[in-house]
Design a protein around this ligand. Sequence first.
Ligand SMILES: Nc1ncnc2c1ncn2[C@@H]1O[C@H](COP(=O)(O)OP(=O)(O)OP(=O)(O)O)[C@@H](O)[C@H]1O
Ligand SMILES: [Mg+2]
Length: 354
Amino acid sequence: MAIAGGAQVVGLDIGTSAVRAAEVSSGKNGLTLSKFGQVALPPGSVVDGEIRDAGSVSHAISTLFKRHKISSKKVVVGVANQRVVVRQVDLPYLEEKDFRASIKFQVAEHIPMPVDDAEIDYQILADYETAESGHMMRVLIVAAATDMVEQFVDTVTAAGLRPTGVDLIPFAVARAVSDAARGEVGLDGAEAIVDVGAGVTNVLIHQNGEAQFVRILLTGGDHATSEIAEEMDIPFDEAEAHKLDLHTGAGDKQAAEIVARCVGNLVQEIQGSLDYYLGLEEAQPIRSVLLTGGGSLTPGLGRALEASLDMDVFGAVPLQQVDAKKTGLNQNQISQVEPVAAAALGLAMGRAGR
Ligand SMILES: Nc1ncnc2c1ncn2[C@@H]1O[C@H](COP(=O)(O)OP(=O)(O)OP(=O)(O)O)[C@@H](O)[C@H]1O
Ligand SMILES: [Mg+2]
């Protein structure tokens, strides 16, 4: 769907801890972020990236749009959970129109869900010749369970909005945080983008803007909080306060040990994803890792990741790349929301100016 340059596009991120909206328009001087806001969700409304309590989510979305005076009803919604999969597959070459016409048949054996119950999207990455198989094509397939997508669409519609597109959160995050992922600069090698949320961690690896690998892990910053709550036998809120206290360097010793252990496990899971990619035949060396998401602030995570991967790990600054003056947020507030803004921003950027 094309939107004329200058029109406003709203990206809506339904996360585990909050719903967030970013209103973006594109002009001669690049992208303008005119609105950004978030409203916290009651715990349990979104679990493992899926909507569990549609009523409280749509209520939070209406509050968000009212409170931040976002007038556009049209929104692009993000999804990231275990009911959407991204797979790279090699298939006999077809003209794109023939491939599109027979896509369900072509990809059925490559996706772990019935094709008739799935929404399927694709990106053709390459075509090539081999001695054994002849003319082949490599395609990135995105398959999402139809009922899961419908639940997102219904929840957003119930909030009085009109979803005009559904996009994968890891794609949106990559677009928001990396000029290389947007194809604006070339990279010699691959780049990993890691979004550590509350309950979901998205890992995407791209080569010059083409996604090569996506993994959606069901873990995030809340895991450490839950472990603190359980082991210290305290409520979740108190455990969260303990976790945040560790930034001061003077936090609770037991909480520090629990967080260190959780950080170790999370690093291993992220490393496992990167290792899987690096084991693929067409893998290129990963030059750097861009880290975002509220969970990326978990005390010690950035350093542990850098040490374990032996790669440069950078905290992403997506809001530095757009003109955010109209949001009315000052520099301090921008820094505050920077780690959690990528998904909503990237969802809007995928449509702005097209
Ligand atoms: N300053 C901080 N230090 C440590 N952890 C933090 C900090 N700020 C936020 N977090 C953690 O970040 C997590 C929330 O991250 P984020 O807002 O990116 O998740 P979400 O988008 O709501 O959920 P998800 O993407 O997992 O569905 C929580 O686990 C929270 O404890
Ligand atoms: Mg998130």
